[in-house]
Design a protein around this ligand. Structure first.
Ligand SMILES: C[S@@+](CC[C@H](N)C(=O)[O-])C[C@H]1O[C@@H](n2cnc3c(N)ncnc32)[C@H](O)[C@@H]1O
Length: 418
């Protein structure tokens, strides 16, 4: 079937109708038919949004679909403006407000900043094309479910601010960074450095500004709290029970949940000195204290603890290959035959092997990792090669993704001598 043809349009439309029937049936069976306001896991149809956008693209043709793709870059400034100028806060929760009254409220919320009503109106009307706000009566604005979320869900509105403001300038500077520092693997030679004209790595940079750090931390809650990042998938997604009786696992904070589920395991939780605050130390439940020990260690320096398994969650995707190899090599002095290195991290699906949402999420994440720290997400082959490059005595055990998880498990075993 030709990709740009009437036949293809018809097939896509049929596919959408069939999948929509599955979804509506599922929602109605759960009594949710009239309240589609929460985030939903669409049953059996991971490719539904792709089918819909494919139908749009085929309908408008290749030339227009490309033109729209670039044209949609205006989504970010309108979203950014709503967030920055606190527009959702100026609209009554129930009822409507005229653009003139809205402008007066927005100016007051922004310390008298001159925001002309026509400028405000164009930003809001653009946002309306994305179902943010509605104009039920000409010249009067009301909340929609989406705009209310920007008011009511602090983590989600921080996510919007972080993506459309804090990260948007760095995104626009990633090509400039590639020209200025070709093939760099350094976290201080990125779009963030170019955009904000500063020399610190992303995380150090945001820590210098309390408001920025707080917005990032809340935004990560919206991201981490999303579908596919649950603690349960870490606990259930790996054969923890098959580790030797009384095995010692070196890890970050996720240990608490694994320790609760697997009483035969002991955990030594390593992190930087800065993370050993009374708050983090106090987080170990009394019942777990005999088996979960919080310690400090810099994972770029030789590992002092001989253990059965070394678990890294959400670590490697934050570093370029050069540094991941250093982290793996730093384990070698402590590794004994059969010791496992277990990684729980994002992985890039091979093109065409995952649903559209997962593929697009991970490809976007890969770009964000480059923009912020010159790191990357990895395909299964990249993971294998990482271990090979670190040391030929690692035996790669493969990658797998637990059901409903966006995070993969990647495993290797030490096959060297003592
Ligand atoms: C993205 S967080 C992941 C935390 C946790 N493993 C999880 O799954 O959510 C990265 C963690 O690595 C720690 N970290 C950063 N640099 C480190 C280093 N050189 N040595 C040890 N830990 C480090 C940070 O303090 C932070 O706790």
């Amino acid at each position: 079937m030709a990709p740009w043809s009437v036949e293809r349009m018809t097939a896509l439309a049929r596919e959408i109708a069939e999948k929509t029937k599955t979804i509506t049936g599922h929602l109605s069976s759960k009594g949710l038919g009239r309240h589609l306001t929460m985030s939903m896991a669409w049953p059996n149809s991971p490719s539904r949004p792709r089918t819909r956008s494919q139908l749009h693209d085929v309908a408008v043709g290749p030339k227009e679909s490309l033109r729209y793709l670039a044209w949609d870059s205006a989504d970010s400034p309108s979203l950014q403006a709503l967030c920055e100028f606190k527009v959702p806060q100026a609209v009554p929760l129930d009822g409507i407000i005229s653009y003139e009254d809205l402008a007066a409220k927005v100016v007051a919320l922004n310390d008298g900043l001159d925001i002309p009503v026509l400028n405000l109106r164009r930003l809001v009307r653009h946002a309306m094309t994305n179902r943010i706000f509605a104009e039920p009566k000409k010249g009067f604005l009301a909340h929609t479910r989406v705009s209310r979320l920007m008011l009511e869900d602090e983590a989600l509105s921080s996510w919007v601010g972080f993506m459309t403001h804090d990260l948007w300038l760095p995104m626009a500077n990633v090509v400039g960074a590639m020209r200025r520092w070709p093939a760099s693997e350094e976290s201080t030679e990125t779009g963030v450095n170019l955009a904000y004209r500063q020399g610190a790595a992303f995380f150090d940079y945001i820590q210098q500004d309390q408001a920025l750090a707080q917005r990032y931390s809340l935004a990560m809650q919206a991201h981490g709290g999303g579908e596919g990042y649950s603690v349960a998938s870490v606990v259930e997604g790996y054969r923890w029970g098959r580790l030797p009786e009384d095995a010692t696992v070196i890890d970050g904070y996720i240990s608490f949940a694994i320790a609760e589920a697997f009483p035969s395991l002991r955990f030594i939780v390593q992190d930087t000195v800065g993370m050993r605050t009374p708050e983090t130390i106090g987080a170990v439940l009394e019942a777990l204290q005999p088996r979960v020990q919080l310690t400090t260690h810099n994972f770029f320096t030789p590992q002092p603890v001989v253990a059965d398994a070394y678990f890294f969650r959400h670590i490697f995707h934050g570093y370029a290959d050069k540094y991941c190899i250093q982290i793996l090599q730093a384990l070698v002095p402590a590794l004994r035959p059969g010791a496992k290195v277990i990684i729980n991290d994002g992985a890039l699906p091979e093109p065409g092997t995952a649903g559209y949402i997962e593929e697009r999420t991970m490809q976007t994440m890969d770009i964000i990792m480059q923009v912020t720290v010159n790191a990357r997400e990895r395909e299964p082959d990249n993971w294998r090669m990482l271990f090979e490059r670190a040391d030929g005595r690692f035996r790669f055990g493969g990658c797998w993704r637990p059901e409903k998880s966006r995070m993969w498990f990647i495993e290797a075993e030490w096959a060297g001598e003592v």
